[in-house]
Design a protein around this ligand. Structure first.
Ligand code: ATP
Length: 223
């Protein structure tokens, strides 16, 4: 279980997250929605150990974030909003490069399989020749090299075509079946209501809350 207890996050005098508590069970996909600037990426960075809360507590299983940061980090796959891969290297070279930086040893076959699992079959092509959707799939594949138990995705499908979006969605479902915990930011409410078990709605804009109420999704509100 991943637990977030009474989290507050301030930047200077500005409060971004105010008294947020929730927990995530293995095999759950949690959506994260809210207007621009509401604090979604901030929350994801807190979960990813990249930022620290101003107050409140985060823990994963018996590991508290403040005392066991590195151990928690090893269990997390984080995909930031911006694609972070080497453009001049091939898909294969990128996968091998990031495998070397990870805490695990993976064979070339295993790395290839990871890409194939999400329909990314341009193994020998330089990344600069790939489409935006393919690059996002590669970013996702890289985040999974070290077999994380928690996957944190910041708008993984933004700007990509429906087919690739559906493929990424289908792949996330297979990860859910493997009991991974997934937190997923998106502005696409169809995608959110289709994919997610529960949704955290951040900010004061009633739009997201109203759409979610109509869809009958369980939600957690953070203002
Ligand atoms: N490092 C930082 N220092 C100061 N303020 C920050 C920092 N990071 C984020 N903020 C502010 O915190 C607020 C929340 O930002 P955040 O990126 O979490 O929003 P978001 O909901 O992810 O937005 P978007 O949908 O536009 O990506 C914004 O007002 C932003 O300017």
């Amino acid at each position: 279980m991943l637990k977030v207890q009474r989290i507050h996050k301030k930047y200077g005098k500005t409060t971004v997250l105010n008294n947020l508590s929730f927990s995530i069970a293995p095999g759950e996909i949690i959506g994260l929605v809210g207007e621009n600037g509401a604090g979604k990426s901030t929350l994801l960075k807190l979960l990813a150990t990249i930022e620290k809360p101003t107050s409140g507590k985060l823990s994963y299983k018996e590991l508290t974030y403040d005392k066991k940061r590195k151990e928690v980090r090893k269990r997390i796959g984080y995909v930031p909003q911006d694609v972070a891969i080497w453009d001049d290297l091939t898909v294969k070279e990128n996968m091998k490069f990031f495998e070397k930086l990870s805490w695990v040893n993976k064979s070339e076959d295993e790395l290839f399989q990871l890409c194939k699992d999400m329909n990314l079959d341009r193994w020998k092509d330089p990344v600069k020749n790939l489409s935006g959707g393919m690059k996002r799939k590669l970013n996702l594949a890289i985040s999974l090299i070290h077999d994380p138990e928690i996957l944190l995705l910041d708008e993984p499908t933004v700007g990509i075509d429906l087919k690739s979006r559906k493929e990424i969605g289908a792949y996330l479902q297979t990860l859910k079946e493997q009991q991974k915990m997934i937190v997923y930011i998106s502005h696409d409410m169809d995608e959110i209501t289709e994919l997610c078990d529960r949704v955290i709605c951040i900010g004061s804009d009633p739009f997201y809350k109203n759409v979610l109420e109509e869809s009958g999704k369980k939600m957690i509100i953070c203002k």
